[in-house]
Design a protein around this ligand. Sequence first.
Ligand code: UD1
Ligand code: PEP
Length: 511
Amino acid sequence: MPVVTEDYLGRIGTLIRDARKHRGWTQQQLAAELGTSQSAVNRIERGHQNLTLDMLARIGEALDQPLMSLGQGPTHLRVQGPTTLSGSIEVKTSKNAGVALLCASLLNRGRTTLRRVARIEEVNRLLEVLDSLGVKTRWLNEDNDLEIVPPATLSLESIDEVAARRTRSIIMFLGPLMHRMSDFELPYAGGCSLGTRTVEPHMTALRPFGLQVKATEGSYHANVSPGITPRRPIVLTERGDTVTENALMAAALCDSTTIIRNASSNYMVQDLCFYLQKLGVRIEGIGTTTLSVTGCTEIDVDVDYSPSEDPIEAMSLLAAAIVTDSEITVKRVPIEFLEIELSVLEEMGFRYSLSEEYVAANGRTRLADLTTLHSVLHAPLDKIHPMPFPGLNIDNLPFFAVIAAVAQGQTMLHDWVYENRAIYLTELNKLGGKVTLMDPHRVMIEGPTRWSGTEVVCPPALRPAVVILLAMLASKGTSVLRSTYVIHRGYEGLAERLNELGASIEVFSDF
Ligand SMILES: CC(=O)N[C@H]1[C@@H](OP(=O)(O)OP(=O)(O)OC[C@H]2O[C@@H](n3ccc(=O)[nH]c3=O)[C@H](O)[C@@H]2O)O[C@H](CO)[C@@H](O)[C@@H]1O
Ligand SMILES: C=C(OP(=O)(O)O)C(=O)O
């Protein structure tokens, strides 16, 4: 075989191996999907098998990842470490408010302008879906201001199913869409592989508004009975963020008053409430677990809204500083959504200073600039576990894994929420970490760690993938992090921004 062909087959084989692992499949499972043997898959992945275009297309389809789109293959990161960071960095606006506001813009017949939206893949997927429905969306400038103008009638029959299936946020179309049409289908929600994430609480919350949903082959079939409004308070069975948002959006176009109990008061819910208020919806109880919503029968206003900064990105940047023992200033930290995290960190010996507080562009959220100081960390006495806001944010829990790994002693993390997220934290062991999976919900981490660079495929979950990247910053030598789409789902230009602080991260792709 000519050397160049051999080289290409090897690279394609690696691509296929990465995409398979990303899906969480064994070679045997991929073989069964392709109607071939495990040994054939093994040969393909090692670059020892000539591949026809037909076979490549079939593999791409089976793995739900096109392998032949030249120049658009997966991207990877090459990290040189260890790194000490310095300087300052601004926190961007949040993914989770961004996606909620994109869905909520469908409630408004007028123009919505959202300021400084994080330009991330999760937002891109929702924009693709909105565009396929006939919504006119455009980025206005370098500041990532985004304009959204819905059409008079949405063309749901032409929905971009591929984009829709890549995000769980599509579930938040139910609340706004039920006001626009009486019978419609939505593809099943996708997103990170974190274990079962039920949609039942959404159905229970929306039923009092007349929505019935049947799960059919690959999609939700929604049917709306006209003129039905909740006669009693809606009691959410789970204090979930997106379910609260769906109930809020359903209530926004009812002119009666809806009470939502056991509502999430988390940051993205608050941003959604502030936006809805600008649309003319009356909401009381923002920041508490009981929301009283008096909607409007029609919303048609040109509105301008600035979502607030992302507490999870802020936590990621703090973790970057802690794991590399660096002194940096993280600007625009939404401090009220990091209070418990900072208390736990202080207990572990983390030292930092805070600026005076100031108000975010939404006029409501409190921000501060936080400077990290050289710290010697030790394990906390108690386990670290998340709770709904104002508890420690579940999406921040994974960052405590890499922080615990640099602290002296044993730290237990208890992720009671997701069945499949803690498991990915054991990937830190490839870089020298000592992370023991006690059961699917608990990991024990022993520090401090002598990190050493290696190659890791991104786990199929956003936060654990970033945790691996942060450990790579502290690792001696060269590390490679493969297939980073999952990181781009929630962070804009993370590698480039860390490089501005002095990291050495190269972005590359196979072709
Ligand atoms: C777009 C967006 O905003 N996504 C966030 C949102 O997702 P989202 O609102 O979709 O979260 P889910 O509804 O999937 O809830 C997460 C998990 O927590 C469980 N659960 C939740 C609440 C509760 O009171 N009891 C309970 O057991 C659910 O069953 C599920 O397993 O909230 C999650 C949990 O904060 C975050 O990780 C996500 O980043
Ligand atoms: C789990 C997360 O989000 P999503 O709901 O988009 O999967 C996350 O942000 O870590």
